[in-house]
Design a binder for this molecule. Structure first.
Ligand SMILES: Nc1nc2c(c(=O)[nH]1)N[C@H]1C(S)=C(S)[C@@H](COP(=O)(O)O)O[C@H]1N2
Ligand SMILES: [Mo]
Length: 297
């Protein structure tokens, strides 16, 4: 019988080296590698999921982004030449310190973390993804809003030359714009997004900066945001202006309130379209219920 003894080069490094030497060397390597890799954002343990994460290819290949197309599968291709950098975000309106930042300034100065969030489109498809970003409240605090501020407006970029959907669907009120009440904007769930699956946000998901509001239908979460305005009056919003009978201002996820053309009681998880019961506030009642006193749901 032939007994086979592994050669040193066949052993895992762990087995051939004393444990402490191995780990020290690993730590040195890790330190040496830092400049060449993106620092991984810490995952915030407060946000857990009741379902599997959506595969990355599905979440980045099935999109709504009318500036490019109404065809969800084509947006990825149509958006590939969009230039998300250089980019400036401006905050103005009723505040002590109106400010402009480059996207790099935000990535450096804001407390970047990862959150697992559900995402529910008003059309009834849904996904669950790891977003990277920072709380909107942290950003708004920087400009010192005055007591006049009752609402916040978000304005998306307007680049018809890079966005065929703007060029060819002329009757929509471009650029895309959305709004929140100030308490909604300051809610810890309202999250500014710069990445997904630990990578920079792809163009089709709203690079370089979009918002995620997981208790509301997806259309409230504007992509490619260039300006935030702090205002006194309830602002108009893109979909409420375009089709007021179908899309409201609050748009909190509500299984009991059907869309005029379909039920909202069930949602379908991309990519397999598994059917799951829709939850009030998309399952985020614990964070947001108190803002609405039993109304708007
Ligand atoms: N500027 C802009 N933002 C937008 C939209 C859009 O068409 N334009 N679509 C909204 C809708 S309806 C949804 S469901 C989400 C989709 O985000 P996702 O493609 O990253 O899943 O983006 C929202 N934000
Ligand atoms: Mo949507």
């Amino acid at each position: 019988m032939l007994l086979r003894f592994p050669q040193a080069w066949q052993l895992p490094e762990r087995a051939a080296t004393p444990e402490s030497t191995y780990w020290n060397r690993r730590q040195l390597l890790a330190v040496a590698m830092i400049p060449s890799i993106l620092p991984a954002a810490n995952r915030n343990p407060d946000f857990t999921l009741d379902r599997a994460l959506t595969p990355e290819w599905a979440a980045t290949g099935h999109n709504n982004y009318y500036e490019f197309s109404t065809n969800k599968q084509q947006i990825k291709d149509l958006a590939k030449d969009f230039k998300p950098r250089p980019w400036t975000l401006e905050i103005k309106g009723h505040c002590a310190k109106p400010t402009k930042w480059s996207i790099e300034d935000l990535e450096k100065s804001m407390p970047i973390e990862e959150r697992l969030y559900r995402h529910r489109c008003v059309e009834a498809w849904a996904m669950a993804v790891p977003w990277t970003g920072f709380p909107l409240a942290e950003l708004l605090k920087q400009v010192e809003p005055t007591s006049k501020v009752k609402f916040v407006r978000f304005i998306s970029v307007n680049r018809p030359e890079e966005m065929p959907g703007i060029r060819f669907s002329g009757n929509y009120p471009w650029p895309y714009y959305e709004g929140l009440r100030i308490d909604e904007a300051m809610n810890p769930l309202a999250f500014m997004v710069t990445g997904i699956y630990g990578k920079p946000l792809p163009n089709q998901n709203g690079a370089p900066l979009r918002i995620a509001l997981p208790w509301k239908y997806g259309f409230k979460s504007a992509k490619a945001i260039v300006r935030i305005e702090l205002v006194e009056r309830k602002p108009d919003t893109f979909w409420n202006t375009a089709v007021p009978s179908e899309y409201g201002f609050f748009a909190n996820v509500n299984p009991a309130k059907p869309h005029p053309r379909w039920s909202q009681a069930v949602e379908q998880l991309i990519p397999n379209m598994d059917r799951v019961a829709t939850l009030p506030y998309n399952g985020y009642g614990k964070w947001v219920e108190a803002m609405y006193n039993g109304t708007e749901i």
